[in-house]
Design a protein around this ligand. Sequence first.
Ligand code: SF4
Length: 210
Amino acid sequence: MYQEDDLIMISALQHYAFCPRQCALIHVEQAWAENRLTAEGRIMHEHVHEEGDESRGDVRIERGVSLRSLRLGLIGKADIVEYHRQDDGTWQAFPVEYKRGKPKPDHSDKIQLCAQALCLEEMLSASIPTGALFYGKTRRRLDVDFDEALRQETEAAAIKTHELIDAGITPAPVYSKRCESCSLVAECMPKTIQKNRSVKSYLKRMLDET
Ligand code: SF4
């Protein structure tokens, strides 16, 4: 069990799953660059949280719900938690996370949503089998099953993200296609740093050999 002071943001798991260096730049070095894409995302989240709670038939909707897990050492907010009335009169929690863009090829958004579900399970002592990601670009809601594989991937990401933030060391960049959609590409300079590092390691190898 983690202590209150050791909790990390749930969103850090999404950053870690996208790129460990991006996670360290944000959560270790506090390097956060607002650009058009992040501003659009922030405004979208603020808008969702401001709308207030409501009930629609057999669905109750809570917005900006505070979350915490001492088991995984996580803290954060769910954009929306829906509660669906079941046949037996109980209410099934169903987290929904809003994303500005479109579904990504990696699991980072699913890991963030699953981490929210794991927090809710701990807080409500309930089982949460599914949730959804809403993508602003496609205007589509994608249902996500919290199956055993995703749960294990999320718990592993939580452990790795804690280790990364505790170590306080930012990994070197590895340039790849994901850098094209990274909000921190200007701060990270993946091509420049990677090139300089390879020149440096080449010179070191040459010196070692002589
Ligand atoms: S630019 Fe690429 S290497 Fe750098 S933080 Fe972003 S995704 Fe990671």
